[in-house]
Design a binder for this molecule. Sequence first.
Ligand code: SAM
Length: 329
Amino acid sequence: MSVPCVAVERERGEAVRERLADADALDGDHEIAVDGDTIYIPVVDPEAVPADLGAAIVECDAAERDRPRTPGEILGYEPSLERLGDIVIVDEDDDERAREIADAVMASDVPCETVLNRASPIEGELRVRRWDVLAGDGTETVHREYGHEFLLDVADVYFSPRLATERHRVIEQVEPGETVIDMFAGVGPYAVPMATRGADVVACDLNERAVAYLRQNAARNGVSDRVTAIAGDVREIANEYADAADRLVMNLPHSADAFLDTAIALAGDECVLHYYDIQHEDDPFGPGRRAIRAAAGDAYEVVVETERVVRSYAPHEYNVCLDVRLTRA
Ligand code: SAM
């Protein structure tokens, strides 16, 4: 197709292209062409080409550009989307708009098998939510995070890709040979990478489906020999693993305080506790600090090493983490 192009010597090509971009004169729908020592840069409007470029404007054949099409380009607005493996998650209250977004995602170049919309909050003891399937049909996927693969079904288990950075922060603290107890392990996004770092990990979850995925994920990532996966209430392993943990992960933010007695029973002589909580912005760390000190009583010296806001959870509420060192008194 013949379009107006700025013709310049090759060596001036990039400088001229930048000037044209600054002047909003570039035609992004067509490819730049080269013929011998001359480069042809398609422009949207010859009038918009800065005169001081001293470049000739000619009509020439330019191929149409294969541009990746994003959902935003198709819709004319940027939807809020989250990716989990090959699933795209829409966060939209209006059903019609949710379907419009799902259609745009499927028509775009985003690699995607299924589009879901949140149909409920995260609920119940197992911390699972319901979904509307807007496109595709499967809710099982393989999610990749910091070099590990996690197979999971979002309809059956808890998993949040938004916590990747926080998980990585905690995982990086693990030393080879440690005994870690992940008290609320889900499909293993802490337990499996910690085992990769050389820890022996006991990973417990009440959700049998999550534990089945956890076992598969340990195998998938080559650490089955260092992960002991247990389906059941973590309170029931307190005797068997009493005094065993060098590190405890407590990622059950709404009710972790109810499990602090179990954590103290599992803690070894020196133990780092990663305690997740959700609290009001006025005092996001105080309740956790006080609950941990109360549970430790005289048995442990308690040093809070890190207090970290992980993310904003709701208006005026934060999801926080306390890294706490427990040293037996
Ligand atoms: N750590 C995982 C992650 O980051 O994806 C899962 C965290 S999710 C917020 C909390 C998990 O705790 C859920 O998988 C739920 O099934 C599990 N859970 C709830 N009560 C439990 C209990 N009493 N004993 C063991 N696991 C429990």
